[in-house]
Design a protein around this ligand. Structure first.
Ligand code: NDP
Length: 286
C-alpha cells in the first residue's frame, strides 16, 4: 500500500491525539484512499502539551486540512471549535470527526454508531439476538468512550448501569443516560444478571476490579473491551474462561473509521480488508 504520488494537489487529512504513534487510523485510511484511488494522504498529528483551544483547530482549517479524526485528549476541544452536526454531538459534547464546512469545521461523532455496528456484528457472529431491549448492560468507566456507548445503547431500550471511580462522572451518566450507578466496591451488585459488560477503562486500570465476577452475569452474557491491543486483555481472557462470548475494540475502531471516510468522501469503504490489515499490524507489534 502506498499513498500514490504526492503532489501539489494532494489533499491532507489526519488524526490528532496524544499519544498517537500507536494509532491504526493512518494504516486504515491510506489503505482505503489507495483502494479508491483518491489523491489524498492521511497522517497522524501528535498535538502538543499546550491546552488545546479553538485556535488549534481554526489553524488546521485555514491550513487547508481536508478532514480530521480527533482522539483523546482533544475531543472536547474539537467539539468547542466546531459547529455540531446534530443532537447526538450536542448530547455527547465531544466529536471525533471534523468535516470542512463553508467557513469552519462541522463536528460529527461516529463513535456511538461505530460501537453499535461492532456490537451487532459480534452478536451475529455468536448467534445472539440483536435486540437489547430490557437487557442489563454494565459500563465499566464513565469517560468519553463510555458516554458514546451509553448514547447508542439508550436508543436500544437497554437498562444501563455505570461503574466508575469518580462519582461526579457517575452522576453525569445517571442524569444524561438514566444509568444506575455504582463504585467498584459494589461491582457484584452492579453486574448481577447483566447481559453485556463493556470495559471502557484504559488498559492500565484493569486491576481496579481484580478477577471479574463473571459467574454473577447471565449465562448468555457478552463481554466487550474497547481496547484492541494484543495479547487480549485480562478482562476478555477472564470472560472466555467463564464461557462468555466476547469482542474487542477493533470492530468499533474500524466502523467509526468507515463512517468518517463516508463523511469525507461519500464512499462506504470495505471493512474486511481494513480489519485484516489492522490485525496483521497488531500481530507484528513488539
Ligand atoms: P477517558 O479518559 O475519557 O475515560 C477513562 C475512564 O476510565 C474514566 O471513567 C476514568 O475514571 C476511568 N479510569 C482511568 N484510570 C482509572 C483507574 N486507574 N481506575 C479506575 N478508573 C479509571 O477515556 P476514553 O473513554 O476516551 O477511552 C477509554 C478507553 O476506550 C481507552 O482505552 C481507549 O483507547 C478506548 N477507546 C476505544 C475506541 C475504539 O474505537 N475502539 C474509541 C474510543 C476509546 P474517572 O472518571 O474516575 O477518571
Amino acid at each position: 500500500m502506498s499513498p500514490g504520488p504526492v503532489h501539489g494537489a494532494t489533499k491532507v487529512l489526519g488524526v490528532i491525539g496524544r499519544p498517537i504513534a500507536h494509532s491504526l487510523s493512518p494504516l486504515i485510511h491510506n489503505l482505503w484512499l489507495d483502494q479508491h484511488r483518491i489523491p489524498a494522504l492521511y497522517v497522524a498529528f501528535p498535538g502538543s502539551d499546550a491546552p488545546a483551544g479553538a485556535a488549534l483547530f481554526t489553524g488546521l482549517f485555514h491550513a487547508g486540512i481536508h478532514g480530521l479524526n480527533v482522539t483523546a485528549p482533544f475531543k472536547d476541544a474539537a467539539f468547542a471549535a466546531s459547529q455540531a452536526a446534530g443532537d447526538r454531538e450536542r448530547d455527547l459534547r465531544a466529536v471525533n470527526v471534523l468535516v470542512r464546512g463553508e467557513s469552519g469545521w462541522v463536528g460529527h461523532n461516529t463513535d456511538s454508531d461505530g460501537f453499535l455496528l461492532a456490537l451487532w456484528e459480534a452478536r451475529l457472529k455468536h448467534g445472539l439476538p440483536q435486540s437489547l431491549s430490557g437487557q442489563r448492560i454494565v459500563l465499566l468507566g464513565a469517560g468519553g468512550a463510555a458516554r458514546a456507548c451509553a448514547l447508542a445503547l439508550r436508543g436500544e431500550g437497554a437498562d444501563l448501569v455505570a461503574v466508575n471511580r469518580d462519582s461526579a462522572r457517575s452522576r453525569d451518566m445517571r442524569d444524561r443516560f438514566g444509568a444506575e450507578t455504582y463504585g467498584f466496591a459494589d461491582l457484584a451488585s452492579a453486574v448481577r444478571g447483566a447481559g453485556l459488560v463493556i470495559n471502557s477503562l484504559p488498559a492500565a486500570a484493569d486491576t481496579v476490579f481484580g478477577d471479574f465476577p463473571w459467574g454473577l452475569t447471565a449465562e448468555s452474557a457478552m463481554a466487550a473491551d474497547l481496547g484492541y491491543a494484543r495479547p487480549e486483555s485480562p478482562f476478555l481472557a477472564g470472560a472466555r474462561k467463564a464461557h462468555r462470548s466476547e469482542f474487542d475494540g477493533l470492530g468499533m475502531l474500524i466502523h467509526q473509521a468507515a463512517l468518517s471516510f463516508k463523511l469525507w468522501w461519500g464512499i462506504a469503504p470495505d471493512i474486511e480488508t481494513a480489519r485484516k490489515a489492522a490485525l496483521d499490524a497488531l500481530e507484528r507489534r513488539p
